[in-house]
Ligand binder design. Sequence first.
Ligand code: GN1
Ligand code: MG
Length: 368
Amino acid sequence: MRTSILSELVNKFDIDLTIKSIAPFGTGHINDTYLVKTSPTEAPDYMLQRKNHKIFKNVPGMMGNIVLATNHIRSLLTSAGEKEVDRKVMTYFPSKDGQMFVNDDEGNYWTLFLFIADCRVVENIQKPEQAYSAARAFGHFQKQLADLPGDKLIETIPNFHNGISRLNDFKSAISKDAAGRVSDNKQLIDKILNRSNEMTAIQRGLDDKSIPLRITHNDTKINNILFDQDSNTLCIIDLDTVMPGSALYDFGDAIRTLGNKAPEDEPDLTKVAFNQEIYDAFARGYLSEAKTFLTPAEIDHLAFSCRYMAWEQAMRFLTDYLNDDIYYKTDYPGHNLVRTKAQIRYLEVLEENKGVMEAIVRENSSEI
Ligand code: GN1
Ligand code: MG
């Protein structure tokens, strides 16, 4: 995208700044993000982000959620006497006409938020201490949002982690067979379908209210946490899917990336392996924050939630592959198929480690 167009968009926000440069930033699969550097050098920098409104169909509603959540966290931090609040919660800016976004000529939605300087994003955690702090940060985030009334938030993507509705989407992709890819992938399809009954348990629990609905992040990949240079966690980012959901999804999704020694799109399946040390540290950190509010039913499903999220993600990647790659950004033809195979392999690895994963949860929640 041309810098002059991007600059024009930035200038529609209600903020005084002098742009030095604008450049693409980050590795998200959905939105497009740019770093806006400003002068003088010591002035804050910003992030300009195009929200994918084909996926987020209600961007104003999504920004409403984000404002509610960030204002709430900001006021908790301020009343706790926290220093450097702007490094511990995201700051979004309104446009000159008072909206939390601006539109371009093509109807895209753009948002602007503060760039948190001197921080690091970790794509691949190796140190258990980092996993421990990441887990505490996600657990703390859920705790911070616990008293925000859920009925004020919209579902930014309806049924986002709803296993029953994801399964229906998968079945309809199979029956449409838009790209003629079903017959070559029968085995993978069966590996997902065979687990349907087991894997829809969390959704059934939410439906019959034996598992509580909370306000959750819903995209707890490890690269959605900012660390400072000393590996302390600073801030949870990517708030697009903050909405009512299950705490289990956040735990399971974090282990989906953290507990895997290989990336989510690793083509060499022999490299997909369970990182027990990291899982152990993560479960310990998460439960140290969350055991005060989780119910016994949630704790009972915690280890299972990791298998659920791997199954759901495998199904989402395969659904997209069968639909001719219309949802996720891909880097090469067949990328979604590679992602699917890696996720299914990871699911199998988690199944092999079920006993130890459950024991670790029990050990760390025993005082309940
Ligand atoms: C997407 O764009 P990104 O990387 O934050 C997706 C997540 C998936 C993830 C898989 C809104 O997240 O749900 O888990 O890709 N976000 C949305 O890497 O669908
Ligand atoms: Mg995201």
